[in-house]
Design a protein around this ligand. Structure first.
Ligand code: 5GP
Ligand code: MN
Length: 335
């Protein structure tokens, strides 16, 4: 993978560009993709954003989201667009299998592939150009750097700014994680000076659910949460029946994993949701417990030091049992 700076001089020639991101894109994945699209379009490129799957309703306010293609809904058309692409931007994922059913299609493409990402252990040989930096708060921060470093800061308009800000807010837990370093706050100051209305973005992201989602959160905290004080760990295990009962849609479970972190002394929170095809794990930690290593070792996953995800094809009961054995094995790291 050659350094991303090497494509700066190539940006002036208009190209057919596809931007893609990880499955079930969150605020950072969708925000970085759309910010990049709005930027490249100003330079004359013809740009399509293709998501591997559908996405949460709370990113639907983002400027340009209506034109984003859902690969699972429109495979043939998306594949035609991919086949004619000259550049493929891969944002907010480190390895192609994070794009689910799009994986093989992307691997086979022979166009120029460009990675911009902040997850650990990127599959660098799969990309022609790129930047992978785990010290970055978000891929949105990296898209901001890309625009500024390529000499086009003047292209950061209202649309670009809103998309970037959304991803930064999402991935830093509203600026509380240690990843929200001084540069992140400077970035926000710059976006503000360019007209960003930050309060609107927070409302769109966090005050835009239906009643049933809040009832579901209450139910999960009351009936599905276990706290293991001996391991400073909290677990929420959500059975499929709860998802049906509360009409839970993509994105409604986002944020649930953060609630148990408010319990004094808790170092690890795990959330497992019984989805149709798999049991999906989310892990969050405070301090020195490495969620990325834990998710990789026990649940075929990965991510960041303090936030990671994984999966299991076992039943909910079995995967929970395995989790309990795993925290016992990691007891010394959880004290
Ligand atoms: P979440 O719990 O919000 O789904 O994911 C937390 C973080 O871990 C995100 O940065 C996400 O991209 C990453 N992540 C989630 N699941 C996986 C996985 O299966 N593999 C890898 N490598 N990263 C994951
Ligand atoms: Mn991200």
């Amino acid at each position: 993978m050659k350094p991303i700076q090497e494509i700066f001089t190539l940006l002036s020639q208009p190209r057919k560009v596809v931007i893609t991101t990880h499955q079930k894109p969150d605020a950072d994945a969708m925000g970085s993709s759309l910010a990049m699209r709005h930027f490249l379009e100003q330079l004359g490129h013809s740009v399509t954003v293709i998501s591997p799957t559908n996405w949460a309703g709370w990113v639907n306010w983002m400027p340009g989201v209506k034109e984003v293609m859902d690969y699972e809904q429109d495979k043939q058309k998306a594949e035609l667009i991919l086949e004619s692409a000259e550049w493929l931007f891969c944002l907010d994922f480190n390895i192609f299998h994070r794009t689910k059913t799009l994986t093989e299609k992307l691997q086979r493409l022979t166009c120029t592939k460009i990675l911009i990402d902040h997850h650990q252990e990127p599959d660098e040989p799969s990309f022609d150009y790129g930047v992978s930096d785990t010290s970055k708060s978000s891929t949105c921060e990296m898209v901001y750097d890309f625009i500024v470093d390529s000499g086009h800061a003047d292209k950061i308009n209202e649309k670009v700014g809103e998309c970037i800000y959304a991803g930064v807010v999402g991935d830093t837990g509203s600026f509380r994680f240690s990843s929200a370093h001084a540069g992140v706050h400077k970035l926000v100051a710059d976006l503000k000076s360019r007209g960003l209305e930050h309060g609107v973005v927070h409302e769109q992201l966090y005050d835009n659910f239906l009643e049933n989602r809040l009832r579901f959160v209450g139910h999960a905290l009351l009936h599905r949460m276990e706290v293991f004080y001996e391991y400073n760990t909290a677990l929420i295990a959500v059975p499929k029946g709860d998802l049906l009962k509360y009409h839970i849609k993509t994105g409604d479970t986002e944020g649930l994993v953060n609630f148990p972190q408010s319990i004094q002394g808790i170092k690890l929170v795990a959330l497992v949701i019984d989805r149709d095809e798999e049991r999906k794990w989310s892990f969050r930690s405070k301090g020195g417990f490495d969620c990325n290593t834990f998710a990789r070792k026990y649940f075929e996953g990965g991510g960041h030091f303090n936030a990671a995800g994984g999966r299991s094809t076992e039943s909910l009961e079995k995967t929970v049992q395995r989790f309990k054995a795993a925290i016992k094995e990691n007891e010394h790291l959880l004290q």
